[in-house]
Design a protein around this ligand. Sequence first.
Ligand code: NAD
Length: 407
Amino acid sequence: MLANLQRHLPARNSTLRDDTVSESVRYGLIGCGMMGQEHLRNIALLPGASVTRIFEPDDNMAQASLALAPVAQRALGLAEVVLADDVDCLVITSPNFRHAEQLREIARLRALPVLLEKPACTALHDVASLAELGRAYPAPIWVAMEYRYMPPVVRLAEEVYSQVNIGPMRMLAIREHRFPFLVKVGDWNRFNQYTGGTLVEKCCHFFDLMRHLTRSEPVRVFASASVAHNHLDEYYADGIPDILDNAFVILDFADGQRASLDLCMFAEGSRYQEEISVVGPKGKVECFVPGPGRFWPENLGPAPVPRLVLSPRNPKGPRELEVPVDPVALAAGDHNGSTLYQHQRFNAVVRGLGTVEVSLHDGLAAVVMGMAAQESARTGQAIDLTQGCYNLGVLLGENSSITSIGL
Ligand SMILES: NC(=O)c1ccc[n+]([C@@H]2O[C@H](COP(=O)([O-])OP(=O)(O)OC[C@H]3O[C@@H](n4cnc5c(N)ncnc54)[C@H](O)[C@@H]3O)[C@@H](O)[C@H]2O)c1
């Protein structure tokens, strides 16, 4: 059974080529909290790479970061990092609401290659101007979308694109059942005004995966969501947190595929954190991805291993394949090794090899989908992404040929 499945699937991580050579690339980090430190651990695995400057305003986080990047100097501000002559590229890992202003300042100071953490921005009025910035920026900008680079998701994408076992994709369902938002420096992730809203902050990853897997553009979105349970007993200067903790989102795509997202953020008891299913006329392929290994209780034994399940219609007979992640990549972060694979490719781009795979355009498209979903949940109305305030083509500055499809 397994051999049968393996015959149809390319070798493990085959699309995660390792272009690393010992050519030097020097990184400057803007913001270095939890995710910034995951980037530091992964940059440390790249031959020839070093982190030379870090701008991190919080003393504890700065100390923890410098311990991970001993040759780095702490900078007093963003400009000091951007203008340093020992910095070849930047990684922006500041809170979401800083991303747009920092990208603008970098563009004004010195156009270095940038790896920008998602989401690219938190306000609709920033989308069009950032899209324009992206078109004019003379160096690469790559938006960090780690889910694309998780080995089980890479295998799923290979299966979807090949169409060998399922035929052309018609339906895509993504379920994330996970733990509540963690505590962040300054509690910025407790309020929509700083995150962009849960469907932007957290779910832009999944909207990006939808565009990545369908290779099509979304035309309509409908969402139902609420703050049902999480953080309601917490009080801050800004009040009680207003971030959504559960949602169903449905999207139609221009090429006729439909996709759904099922998000629950009080469901960390699940064995798998993400379950993705793709169905075509010949069969179904599913992908099961565990959450961070550090949250898996020791008394339950080893953390779950990612899995792919292929279920043809004829002849029937589901086939399963484990897709283990390289232990070194796995240990360097919370994202099933994907941060390392993404860094290998970004590093190659900085060295003039390879091309940007997740552009600012892609990052902004995912943000607009999340914002439209937030708006749909607020109003109870479906949002058309081909006209009005959420017209994706207009916001992203394209002569979009996307037209609405019939229901
Ligand atoms: N791709 C992923 O899977 C993933 C996962 C987690 C976080 N993220 C993203 O990474 C970013 C950081 O998230 P985090 O979890 O590390 O949060 P965090 O709060 O742990 O870290 C953010 C850091 O930025 C610092 N900071 C605050 N204001 C700043 C400024 N103006 N300039 C520079 N730094 C500033 C804070 O002191 C803090 O240390 C967010 O955009 C988040 O959405 C992405």
